[in-house]
Write a protein that binds this ligand. Structure first.
Ligand SMILES: NC(=O)c1ccc[n+]([C@@H]2O[C@H](COP(=O)([O-])OP(=O)(O)OC[C@H]3O[C@@H](n4cnc5c(N)ncnc54)[C@H](OP(=O)(O)O)[C@@H]3O)[C@@H](O)[C@H]2O)c1
Length: 157
C-alpha cells in the first residue's frame, strides 16, 4: 500500500457536505481550497479559518492535492467534463449520491454507478468513492443512536 502524505485538499462545492468535510480537514491541519461558482460571496462563510481559501472552480482544481467533488449529482458529470483536463493524473474523491433532488430514487441505470460514470468521464484520473454514506451532521457528531459512524471507501490512490 502506498502511503500518501496530505497537506492540501481542494473541494468543489461549498454546501453542507463540502463545508463539513473541509472544516474537519482544516481542523486537522490541512490547507483547504474551495472551488465555488461565487467565490466572492462564499468566502465570507470561511473567513475565520486561516488555512481555508475560496476561489473559483478552475482555481481550486489547480491548487494541487486530491479534489473532493461535493456538488449535486445533477451537476456532477457536466462539471467533470468542464474541468477534466485540469484533473488528469489526480485523485478525485467522489462523495456524490446519484439521487433525484428529493433523494427519493437513484438516477443511475442500475448498471453503472455514479463513481463509474465519473471515472469514465475522467479517464486519466483516479476516482475514489468516499464520504457518501454519512451525512454532513456526522462530522461534528460522529454517531448514530450511540453507535460510532463507519465510513467506507472504494477505490485506490
Ligand atoms: N448533505 C449530506 O448529508 C450528504 C451526505 C452524503 C452525500 N452527499 C452528497 O454530497 C453532495 C453535496 O451535497 P450537499 O448536501 O452538500 O449539497 P448542497 O448543500 O446543495 O451544496 C452543493 C454545493 O455545490 C455547489 N453547486 C451547486 N450547483 C452547482 C452546479 N450546477 N455546478 C457547480 N457547483 C454547484 C454549490 O457551491 P457553490 O455555490 O459554492 O458553487 C453548493 O453549495 C451531493 O452530491 C450529495 O448527494 C450529501
Amino acid at each position: 500500500m502506498t502511503r500518501v502524505e496530505l497537506q492540501r485538499v481542494s473541494i468543489l462545492g461549498t454546501g453542507k457536505m463540502g463545508s463539513a468535510v473541509g472544516l474537519a480537514l482544516a481542523a486537522a491541519g490541512l490547507d483547504i481550497t474551495y472551488g465555488s461558482r461565487t467565490p466572492e460571496t462564499t468566502s465570507k462563510k470561511f473567513s475565520e479559518f486561516r488555512n481555508v481559501t475560496v476561489t473559483d472552480i478552475i482555481g481550486a482544481c489547480r491548487a494541487g492535492g486530491p479534489v473532493i467533488v461535493a456538488v449535486p449529482w445533477s451537476a456532477t458529470l457536466d462539471l467533470m467534463r468542464q474541468v477534466g483536463s485540469e484533473l488528469a493524473d489526480r485523485t478525485i474523491i467522489d462523495m456524490t449520491n446519484p439521487t433525484s433532488p428529493d433523494w427519493s430514487y437513484l438516477t443511475t441505470d442500475g448498471r453503472r454507478s455514479g463513481a463509474e460514470q465519473i471515472a469514465e468521464t475522467l479517464a486519466s484520473s483516479r476516482v475514489v468513492k468516499m464520504f457518501n454514506g454519512i451525512i454532513a451532521d456526522n462530522f461534528s457528531n460522529p454517531g448514530f443512536s450511540g453507535e460510532q459512524v463507519q465510513a467506507f471507501f472504494c477505490g485506490g490512490v
